[in-house]
Design a protein around this ligand. Sequence first.
Ligand code: FPP
Length: 253
Amino acid sequence: MEEIEKKLKMLDPARLPGHVAIIMDGNGRWARKRAMERSDGHAEGVNSVNRITRFSSDLGIKYLTLYAFSTENWNRPQAEVDTLMHLIGWTIRQETPELKANNVKIHILGETDRLPKEVRESLLQGVRETENCTGLNLLLCLSYSSRWELTQAARRIATQVKNGETSVDDICEQTICDTLSTASIPDPDLLIRTGGEQRISNFLLWQIAYSELYFTDILWPDFDNNAYLDALIDYQGRERRFGKTSDQVKSSI
Ligand code: FPP
């Protein structure tokens, strides 16, 4: 606890990332280390989801995006897919009242048509119940992959051109931003990946163009507030240049 207090004092509340995105990796290894089932690792991972969501909200972070189930995760053994779907549906039903009480607004990103009907309905219910919340925006990526999202965007823009709603010459970066599932949501400032791997795994490829990347060996179920504070402190120690020189950045402060 003392350590948390110490780290909280090191944080500059004015320079917190507005948007944190997380690749939650390591549930399976966490379970294997304890001779438990992978599903136990996912269940413990849900506790981390709840903890990090609550802490992000308490810190005043505006957007938290969690990569909960990728398009590629459909290729896992059916029993594991079923467990994950069950856990996701159960968690959202269980947690929606507290999320709402904490003013957290739920958003879902991904190909939701592929989710089992009861999971989809629980998620939509959570989205509806929290639609007027104005605190933390919790973006859950489910059956999501960046290439899927960019393909959808390309199709939508091509359809708009075909229908005469826009012209090829009018397509610009903003057109693409506005056509992604994250339209109107600022790009992540900080992307965290737990579990020791250093890759992006088809997550928000367009949106992380200038995000700060933070990789930690800590497995997702062990990722606690202390570890989260380490990532935030590390982020605050970085100089974000967005293609400019260090001198230019310093003279604009
Ligand atoms: C990666 O660990 C984790 C996942 C594929 C699933 C993450 C999902 C949750 C924590 C539940 C989310 C629930 C809600 C409601 C958002 P892994 O299984 O790939 O771990 P490994 O690399 O150690 O095998």
